[in-house]
Design a binder for this molecule. Structure first.
Ligand code: ISL
Ligand code: CA
Length: 557
């Protein structure tokens, strides 16, 4: 069935780093309002806004101390209402981040909860008695160290999968769930158009909290098998759907690390009444060691294609995909999957083509549309992301070489995506007139929105064409997906097809030219090139289309 949230293009705004309207060095809501023309001109019609709620900012807003207020750094509720109104006037939709696996430790619920064992809010969080000096189990937090923190006052440990300033809510407690549902309704009744749900597949933890294996050199183990897609998660989401979601025409996307297509269908299967789509992370793992996200490993195109193809085909007709190369937690797209040197522009365009010609709802992260790259801070002090900073200090304690650890951080740090948006070549890339909260990538003088606009080959303009094409050819949204070259390490070629048409997409992921052989069962000759960035291709070449050097083409017969 056709749906606005299937046909829409999402632009993700990380407000802290997008545009600073008042010179305090921090991006803000008025900054987003000022740049709505920019986002709309790209062709995006939905914005996913990272958390803007009140927060002490231990994890840049993912530690919420009041779900009903706006963070002062970002502005006021009036600013937020103005943003929503202006977006709706333009026919754009606003998706808010929903962070309900945990709150801030400064949230009044937790302040109350930790005050005494008899507090009315005690059971809003997960507590275990202190038995000697050992935490209740050996799970490692996503941000290093134990998932348990001893609360001295009541001599019990509380659970935090993320930082110790992000205590996990206890979803077993019905009052917690009902309070969350009321809060969701409150925002939906203000007129928002959906939620991106932070680590929503981790909200149900088996109460036994058994040790996990294997134990790493830091003394901890990954407890994910227990709490990822935990025992009651679907019960909770069906309840949330019944009580809240089904009463609104909204987009819902669950962030679900560690989820296979089979598991995914339990969340997004059309018969399930849970969510509409989720973010899967399998393609975010192709270049990482399974035990350590900071350990970059060489990746193969065949692996990436296998993962993407599996999601395309297994969800087809049964659930809906979301498509992305990056977000605020991931390295920059061109640096990771393309080439951020000589072929930066060609590869940014090629990767854009891939993201925008598969089945699912495409997400574009701020700066991706101008080919922004990873940053290489040489001093750990320049990194702000607590995941990177904690990792660094943990590895230092284990006696590792600081240069090597910094090199790992260069590749995989979340700050790669969080450096300020590069608007122009003026100081601080035109992001702020003040001093930015996180240093601007030094390459801003050559990579910025202004520069891209006047360049011979504009990435932004290419995105515009691509989005236009997708909107005009709905087969690119709804059609089936067939991977043509499973074993090829250079080309990703696939066919999108339905009653309306057939489309052939050829992408070269390498720096070398590649030869594409049309399979016999596809028409030979008569293909029209709709879009592409390979200037060397001529229509007379029909059977030997050769996308060169990280370039790509889209054809239709
Ligand atoms: O497990 C991962 C990828 O395989 C992680 O990147 C995981 O997705 C991430 O740590 C969860 O992210 C979300 O919740 C965090 C917050 O810091 C991130 O910014 C947010 O996107 C805690 O709220
Ligand atoms: Ca500001």
């Amino acid at each position: 069935m056709r749906k606005w949230w299937k046909e829409g293009i999402v632009y993700q705004v990380y407000p802290r780093s997008f545009y600073d309207s008042n010179g305090d060095g921090i991006g803000d809501l008025q900054g987003v309002i000022e740049k709505l023309d920019y986002i709309q001109s790209l062709g995006a019609d939905i914005i996913w806004l990272n958390p803007v709620y009140r927060s002490p900012n231990d994890d840049n807003g993912y530690d919420i101390s009041d779900y009903y207020s706006i963070m002062e750094d970002f502005g006021t509720m009036a600013d937020w209402e103005q943003l929503l109104a202006q977006m709706h006037q333009r026919g754009m939709k606003l998706i808010m981040d929903l962070v309900v696996n945990h709150t801030s430790d400064e949230h009044p619920w937790f302040v109350e909860a930790r005050a005494s064992k008899d507090s009315l809010y005690r059971d809003y969080y997960v507590w275990r008695p202190a038995d000697g000096k050992q935490p209740p189990n050996n799970w490692r937090s996503f941000f290093s160290g134990s998932v348990w923190e001893l609360d001295e006052q009541t001599d019990e440990y509380y659970l935090h999968l993320f930082s110790k300033k992000q205590p996990d809510l206890n979803w077993e407690q019905e009052e917690v769930r009902l309070d969350i549902y009321s809060m969701m309704k409150w925002w939906l009744d203000k007129g928002i158009d959906g939620f991106r749900m932070d680590v929503i597949n981790m909200i149900s933890k088996p109460p036994q909290f058994e040790d996990a294996a294997p134990v790493g050199d830091d003394g901890y183990a990954n407890g994910g098998d227990a709490f990822i897609n935990g025992p009651r998660v679907h019960e909770y989401l069906q309840e949330m759907n019944q009580k809240v979601l089904r009463h609104y025409d909204i987009l819902t996307v669950g962030e679900c690390p560690g989820t296979s297509p089979e598991e995914a269908l339990k969340y997004v299967g059309e018969d399930r009444q849970e969510l509409q789509m989720l973010f899967q992370f399998e393609h975010m793992k192709v270049d990482r060691s399974p035990d350590n996200k900071f350990e970059t490993i060489p990746w193969k195109l065949t692996t990436l294609k296998r993962v993407l193809t599996k999601w395309q085909t297994e969800l087809h007709g049964r659930g809906w995909n979301s498509l992305y190369w990056m977000n605020h937690d991931q390295p920059r797209t061109v640096s990771r999957f393309g080439n951020d040197g000589q072929y930066r522009i060609a590869s940014a365009q090629m990767l854009a083509t891939c993201n925008l010609t598969m089945q699912g709802t495409p997400y574009i992260y701020q700066g991706e549309e101008i080919g922004m790259t990873n940053v290489h801070f040489t001093d750990i002090e320049d990194y702000q992301d607590l995941e990177s900073v904690n990792y660094y200090h943990t590895r230092m304690k284990l006696g590792e070489d600081p240069r090597q650890v910094l090199e790992q951080i260069h590749q995989q740090s979340r700050d790669n995506s969080r450096t300020p948006m590069q608007w122009d070549a003026s100081e601080h890339a035109g992001f702020t007139t003040g001093s930015p909260w996180l240093k601007v990538n030094p390459n801003y003088a050559s990579i910025n929105v202004e520069q891209d606009r006047v360049a011979d080959r504009s990435i932004f303009a290419y995105y515009q064409q691509l989005i236009q094409l997708r909107k005009e050819h709905l087969t690119l949204v709804y059609g089936s997906f067939e991977n043509l070259l499973e074993e090829d390490e250079q080309l990703f070629a696939y066919v999108r097809k339905d009653e309306q048409g057939t489309y052939l997409i050829i992408l070269n992921f390498t720096e070398q030219e590649a030869r594409f052989q049309l399979p016999d069962y596809l028409p030979h000759g008569g293909w029209e090139k709709l879009l592409g960035n390979d200037d060397n291709y001529h229509d007379s070449d029909q059977d030997k289309q050769t996308p060169a050097n990280l370039q790509n083409m889209i054809f239709s017969p």
